[in-house]
Design a protein around this ligand. Structure first.
Ligand SMILES: Nc1nc2c(ncn2[C@@H]2O[C@H](COP(=O)(O)OP(=O)(O)OP(=O)(O)O)[C@@H](O)[C@H]2O)c(=O)[nH]1
Length: 361
């Protein structure tokens, strides 16, 4: 069978933005286009999935039991369920890798509480598992009826920004519910920040002034999203072809990002290698300094073996090291101190002087 290099699509967004319905509409659009797909539901708290779900977190993890067993509230229950699921990431990797060879799209619905997926360790682990197995893109769903408020728009983009930096994967803004409100203002705000700031200025509250500052700060992010925003409707199916086109571009972007990551990893490895090498060389120099007896500018240890060197030390030693060793001898030979002195020597040296230099002995 021909191997397909497909794309995984992680659908994220604020609660109620329409993620589940977007997944349903997108999958039925894929069926219409005769594309193969594989789907995941990672929301343990959802009641039904209105689409064909191949892997459902609810089949393996009972969210209500998790709440009971661990004494958690609803959010803690969802987070712990996702953590438990993430412990099986090697199985997840196998599934995604296998499916990437036989399907065109892998689509994954995520929990309603965005922060559970975006801030928990399991969210990162799961997204990394997907992106390690296949090109992966994040579709950030916005509810157009909510983001028409400029403050909500800015806070949504802040979330998008943090996801972008955290996951380092291509991202598409999908402005959903376009059947309820004309979403053209989103593009106006993204392409000209002054239009957004003017809109924010209509409100004189403290929140508006904060949004104004944030709005200015996120200028670069707007630029990024200008070419990555699509207006859709999960109800009418509008914008699904455009979404497919954008995913194709995201696949290319993913490849570029991966190359960058590999380059960065390469640079880090290179730095580590250089540091290790420098450390190794430093150690060697230190050892050489300690070991080498320079005789006539030549290192003895390079000429002789250790045993021979010691022998040589004895022969070459011309220092007038008095016995008992005075500790002030500056020659590099090893002077061992011994407290046991033979009776004979005691006689010679006298009682109080119980040290002797071994070499001379
Ligand atoms: N008019 C309209 N309603 C929509 C659209 N998409 C979703 N909805 C409605 O929005 C509500 C929330 O949709 P969901 O798909 O459950 O949203 P969700 O983001 O998955 O919700 P959570 O997972 O609970 O956060 C539902 O009542 C949907 O019928 C759309 O494109 N147009």
């Amino acid at each position: 069978m021909e191997e397909k290099r497909n794309i995984s699509v992680l659908i994220v967004g604020m609660a109620g933005s329409g993620k589940t319905h977007v997944v349903q509409r997108f999958l039925s659009h894929l069926s219409m286009k005769k594309k193969d797909f594989y789907s995941f539901n990672l929301d343990p708290a959802c009641i039904t999935t209105p689409y064909r779900c191949d892997v459902d977190i609810r089949d393996t993890i009972k969210y209500k039991e998790v709440m009971k067993d661990y004494g958690l509230g609803p959010n803690g229950g969802i987070m712990t369920s996702l953590n438990l699921f993430a412990t099986k990431f090697s199985d997840l990797f196998e599934i995604v890798e296998e499916q990437s060879k036989i399907t065109d799209y892998i689509v994954c619905d995520t929990p309603g509480q965005i922060e559970i997926f975006t801030w928990s360790a399991s969210g990162t682990l799961i997204s990394q598992t997907f992106s390690a197995a296949t090109p992966t893109c994040i579709v950030y769903v916005l509810d157009v009826t909510r983001v028409c408020d400029p403050n909500t728009f800015v806070s949504n983009l802040l979330y998008a920004c943090s996801i972008l930096f955290r996951f380092r994967l291509p991202m598409i803004l999908a402005v959903n519910k376009s059947d309820l409100k004309d979403p053209s203002f989103v593009m106006d705000w993204l392409s000209d920040v002054t239009v957004l700031l003017d809109k924010i200025s209509e409100d004189s509250s403290y929140l508006a002034s904060l949004s104004r500052s944030l709005g200015l700060m996120l200028d670069e992010l707007y630029e990024y999203f200008i070419t990555r925003t699509v207006n859709i409707s999960a109800v009418t199916g509008a914008g699904m072809d455009e979404l497919l086109e954008m995913l194709e571009k995201a696949k290319e972007e993913y490849t570029e990002l991966e190359k960058e990551k590999i380059k960065e990893r390469g640079a880090v490895e290179m730095d580590k290698f250089e540091a290790d090498k420098a450390k190794e060389e430093g150690k060697k120099e230190e050892e050489d300094d300690r070991e080498d007896d320079i005789v006539g500018g030549q290192s003895i240890s390079h000429i002789l073996g250790k045993g021979e060197k010691e022998e040589e030390d004895r022969k070459e030693c011309h220092c007038e090291c008095p016995c008992p060793c005075s500790h002030s001898c500056s020659c590099s030979h090893i002077h061992e101190k011994k407290e046991v002195v033979e009776e004979k020597e005691k006689d010679i040296l006298g009682d109080g002087l119980a040290l002797r230099c071994d070499r001379i002995a």
